[in-house]
Ligand binder design. Structure first.
Ligand SMILES: Cc1cc2nc3c(=O)[nH]c(=O)nc-3n(C[C@H](O)[C@H](O)[C@H](O)COP(=O)(O)OP(=O)(O)OC[C@H]3O[C@@H](n4cnc5c(N)ncnc54)[C@H](O)[C@@H]3O)c2cc1C
Ligand code: FES
Length: 302
């Protein structure tokens, strides 16, 4: 995965499907071939929701299929913009700017990737898991040079305080270090052979009753020092969850990348409306979340 922010394309994207889930959550699939070809886990699009809504809205890319030219987004309606987007039907067209932003960059020396997604922070984690899982599957094939392919061991933990935007089911993948009864998983990840577990303070069946970072803490505490030396954390979700992820990372002395959210006007680096304070080797500096991020080293932000 490339650390560079890459080229941003402007495409007239066609709606292929729009599926509705509980709590005004939607999964939108768009035909956007240029964006699909260049999207990376952590990158996002800035799209027009409807002709009646003047400003674009930023949404993370959850999946991208370069071969078939589609991208998938998961969003939860907040206000007028995403409400208008939820009314778009298959065949409608909307303007998409993307892919935007610096993606997550996993490190080969840390194959135990711990992916934490909270609420609408889930999408980039599904994307990252899919890409890491594909590498791991390639490593198992006889016809490829295994030495050149990293075998990742992703674990995805997700938290939500509204029903998850998929039908959770008990996992068949055994996962040491999980609290008793924490069995619910995301079926799509399970199909890809990637372990996942769910957390919610709402005590949904099979979910860990508490925050996703507490579940992560339980898993990290179960690891030995040589296993911990292979862990890297990737986190996307509300700011308190990102802060808790950074605290965990510090406690277990593992690296951590977080994806930040800020209000965005242009989303292409021109208006400086999305800046955050980041620690750089030259001291504190203001960085634009849209193009210098949205992914940052957690230790430089928190
Ligand atoms: C990089 C990035 C990725 C995101 N990915 C997702 C995602 O995958 N799924 C998802 O559901 N949401 C995501 N969001 C949040 C989403 O952009 C906002 O919830 C959305 O813009 C709200 O628009 P609205 O019209 O429904 O709400 P309104 O409240 O009517 O929006 C009013 C204005 O505020 C801005 N705004 C409101 N909330 C946010 C916010 N949290 N972040 C940035 N701008 C905001 C809108 O762009 C708009 O200009 C992401 C935000 C960022 C910055
Ligand atoms: S939103 Fe304009 S610089 Fe980031």
């Amino acid at each position: 995965m490339s650390p560079s922010r890459g080229t941003i394309f402007l495409e007239q994207a066609r709606v292929l499907s729009q599926l509705a889930y509980d709590a005004e959550q939607f999964v939108l699939r768009l035909a956007a071939p240029k964006c699909a070809a260049h999207a990376e886990p952590g990158s996002f699009v800035h799209l027009t929701c409807d002709g009646s809504i003047p400003m674009r809205r930023p949404l993370s890319i959850m999946r991208a299929h370069p071969g078939n030219g589609w991208i998938e987004l998961l969003y939860k309606v907040v206000g007028a913009g995403l409400h208008a987007l939820s009314a778009r039907k298959a065949g409608d067209e909307l303007s998409v700017l993307g892919p935007i932003g610096r993606p997550f960059v996993p490190h080969v020396e840390r194959p135990r990737t711990l992916l934490l997604g909270g609420g609408v922070g889930i999408p980039p984690m599904v994307f990252l898991a899919e890409r890491l899982g594909a590498h791991a599957r390639d490593a198992g094939r006889a016809d490829v040079n295994r030495a050149s392919i990293q075998s990742w061991k992703p674990l995805v933990l997700m938290g939500s305080e509204v029903p998850f935007p998929f039908r959770a089911r008990p996992s068949k993948i055994i996962l040491p270090g999980m609290p008793a009864g924490t069995l619910a998983c995301m079926p799509l990840l399970e199909e890809w052979g990637i372990p996942s577990r769910l957390a919610s303070c709402h005590e949904y069946p099979g979910c860990y009753a508490g925050f996703v970072t507490e579940l992560a803490d339980a898993w990290l505490a179960s690891l030995g020092s040589s296993e911990l030396a292979e862990v890297e954390i990737f986190s996307c979700g509300p700011t308190p969850m990102l802060e808790a992820s950074a605290v965990l990372a510090r406690r277990y002395r593992v690296p951590c990348q977080v994806s930040l959210e800020e209000f965005m006007a242009c989303a292409v680096g021109g208006c400086a409306g999305c800046t955050v304070r980041v620690l750089t080797p030259d001291g504190p500096a203001m960085k634009r979340v849209c193009v210098d991020g949205p992914v940052f080293d957690a230790y430089t932000v928190f």
